[in-house]
Every structure is written in structure tokens, then in C-alpha cells.
Ligand binder design. Sequence first.
Ligand SMILES: [Zn+2]
Ligand SMILES: [Zn+2]
Length: 211
Amino acid sequence: MVLALVVIASAFALGVLLWSLVEYLLHRFAMHQLKGRGIMSREHLEHHVQASWGLSPIDVLSWAGLLVVGLAGWLPLGWWMAGRAAGIAFTAGWTAGYAAYEYLHASAHLHAPSGAYSGWLRRHHLHHHFGHPMVNHGVTTPLWDRLFGTLEAPTTVRIPRRLAPAWLLDPHGDVRPELRATYEVVGLDVVDERMRALDRARALASLAPPD
Ligand SMILES: [Zn+2]
Ligand SMILES: [Zn+2]
């Protein structure tokens, strides 16, 4: 009985761990190393330059695909290798890891940090987002970045003013006092004409009827 519980808990932990490795590999290789080739990379690079958080239908489709891979691929494999309970636990671990990633990534962009881990996650991920896209590929854990030599722990995270998440700024557009030790916004107070033109072009492109 104890042995069975240990096997189930280990299978769950292994599922979580495997997800976190896939999270790292996909982000590093399929999204950044491809430099905009392929839909996944293009969508992700778009995410890097958007001030707001938004999920496109392509995002939802590709991530739903990962969920299906977990359920249709891992479940029978785990079942076959270590029995039904371990197979289910492994798949549950993978799915929980994936769901935690989606939730934590969205929260990092939408909500202010509320503790040591969420503070670390925002520093780590926003450093990657703004100016350092080839480091900090893991979102939920620094484990794989440390292992593969892509970890950077900045003392200050610099964020372009126009792309700063809403939780970072006070009503005057300055970094909130409690976050000033970690974050700095850079760039013009007023969004300049070139940026305005760029935003306009982007908005027009998304509005243009397909030909
Ligand atoms: Zn992000
Ligand atoms: Zn990225």
C-alpha cells in the first residue's frame, strides 16, 4: 500500500517535471530559436511586444494540442509502463503542470506579485520579455535554465514604458513605490510619433478585410 502510494506520488511528480521541461524546450526552441518562422514562434514574438494580455485562437489551439498529447499519449504509455494508477497520476501531473503554467504566466502579466515566488516569477519572466529573449525560458521554474546555462537573475528589470504591465505603474505612470527596488521603466513619458504610427499600422492591419 505504501509502495503503491510512493509510486503514484512519484508518477505525478514526474508528470509535472516532464511538463516543465517541455515548457522550457518549446519556449526556447519552437518559439525563440525559430525567430518568427512558424505560427507558434510568430504568435509568441507578438506576445513579447504587446502591452495587453490576450489569447489568440492560434494560442488556444496549440496549447489545446499539448493537452491532447498529454491525455492521448501519456495516459496509455504510463498505464502500460507502471499500471493504471501510475498512468493516471503521471497524466494528471503533466496536466496540472501545464495548467499551472498557463495560470501563472497569465497572472504574471495581469496581477502584481503577492509573495516571494510570484515576485521571482515576474522578475525572471519580464527580464526575458524585455531585452533578453535568449535567457530565462522556463516560466514556472528556474531549474532547466540553470541546468542548460540560460539563467539570468537581474538586480533591476528594465521595461519599456509603453509595454509595462498595468500592475507595475501608479496613476502617474511611475513604478509603484514598493516595486521600485526591482523595476525601472525606460523610454519616453509620452509615446512618440514613431510608436504611434507603428501602433496605428498594426491596428489597421488587424482591421483590414482579408483579400
Ligand atoms: Zn509572457
Ligand atoms: Zn519568450
